[in-house]
Structures are given as structure tokens and as C-alpha cells.
Design a protein around this ligand. Structure first.
Ligand SMILES: [Zn+2]
Ligand SMILES: [Zn+2]
Length: 197
């Protein structure tokens, strides 16, 4: 096939100086050339481990270059929120550990200090925001309304469980453990996202 007559197998346009046509696999003829950005859009619809991300669907050979998904920047507030919550958690545990004595904790919790209410409000807002940013990161193509529904569905039961543990947990140990588990799940979600990109 003559180079001048070649076109992109995805958008069917020809090559230009800025968007040259490239051969990405062993395909020949009308399937031989592609724009890098056109192929990139196609490949990034699939996760990195997916057959269609790695190999040409026609000739089955691996593509000649690696592709990275574009990072969804909603991950940044999520990451910052998880980091600050984790630091707060570690600091809190450091300070609370010597006082994890049931009688002392019961007296302390029975009088709900305004500072506790402030912390609960800030903590709830941060949980809702974190959940929302993680939901958007994992469902970037979903409509805002659906992502909001997911956020409410995930954050409200979590907050309800926090509140229940706060009042029911007589040992004052279950709530910190639950919070720790929640933080671990958050970090696992962030790690999965980073590995997927
Ligand atoms: Zn193209
Ligand atoms: Zn091919």
C-alpha cells in the first residue's frame, strides 16, 4: 500500500505532521495504520490487564507501545482526605492509648462536649466528600446524579454505624477498630485505582 493513500483504521482520516499515522501491530492493508490518540482512546476503555488493552483485536499481536490511562483528578481530594484522616487517627490513638481504661472513657463520653459535636460534624462531612470522590473516580462515566446516589448509599450507612458504635460500644474499642478498618478499605481502594491506571 502506498504511504500517501494510508488512513487511520479508527477515524479514517489521513496522517498529518502533528498526528502522524503509526503502525501499532502486525496488521496490514487498510488496518495497518492508526493515530496514536485514536488508539489510545480505544485501548483505555479497557483495564490494563484486559486482552483488548494489550493486544490488537484483529491480528492478536501485542501493541508496540504502552498506554497509560489519564488520571482522574478526583483522586487528589480523596487521597488528601485519607491521608489527613489517617494521620489524625494515628495521633488520636497515640494520645488515647494510655487512657483506654473503660471507666475513664465512660465518664468522658457521658458528657458530650461541644468539641465532640464539632469533630463529629467535620468527620461526617469529610466521610461524605471522600466517599463521593472515590465513587467518581471508580465511575467516571456515570452521571452525577447516579454518583450522588451511590455516595448517599455508602456514606449514610457508614455514618449510622459510626453513630451506633459511638453510643453502644461500652468498651470504647470497637469504634477505633472499625474506623481503622474503614481507613484500610479507603487505602485499598486508592491502591487499586493507582495500579489500574
Ligand atoms: Zn485516527
Ligand atoms: Zn493488528
Amino acid at each position: 500500500m502506498e504511504e500517501g493513500a494510508s488512513f487511520c483504521r479508527i477515524c479514517l482520516d489521513g496522517g498529518t505532521l502533528l498526528r502522524p499515522l503509526k503502525s501499532a501491530c502486525d496488521c496490514r492493508g487498510s488496518m495497518a495504520f492508526v493515530h496514536k490518540d485514536c488508539l489510545s482512546t480505544w485501548r483505555c476503555q479497557f483495564p490494563k490487564s484486559h486482552e483488548k488493552h494489550r493486544n490488537c483485536a484483529v491480528c492478536k499481536t501485542p501493541y508496540k507501545w504502552k498506554e497509560r490511562k489519564r488520571i482522574n483528578y478526583w483522586i487528589v481530594p480523596s487521597f488528601l482526605a485519607s491521608l489527613s484522616t489517617s494521620i489524625a487517627y494515628v495521633v488520636l490513638m497515640q494520645y488515647c492509648y494510655p487512657y483506654l481504661n473503660v471507666r475513664h472513657m465512660l465518664i468522658w463520653y457521658q458528657r458530650i462536649h461541644p468539641a465532640c459535636i464539632q469533630r463529629a460534624v467535620v468527620g461526617s462531612i469529610s466521610t461524605v466528600c471522600k466517599t463521593f470522590s472515590l465513587v467518581v473516580v471508580f465511575n467516571p462515566k456515570e452521571r452525577l446524579y447516579h454518583n450522588l446516589c451511590w455516595t448517599v448509599g455508602l456514606a449514610v450507612p457508614t455514618l449510622g454505624l459510626y453513630a451506633m458504635l459511638f453510643f453502644v460500644d461500652m468498651t470504647r474499642l470497637i469504634l477505633p477498630i472499625f474506623l481503622g478498618l474503614y481507613l484500610l478499605i479507603e487505602w485499598a481502594c486508592l491502591l487499586i485505582y493507582v495500579l489500574e491506571v
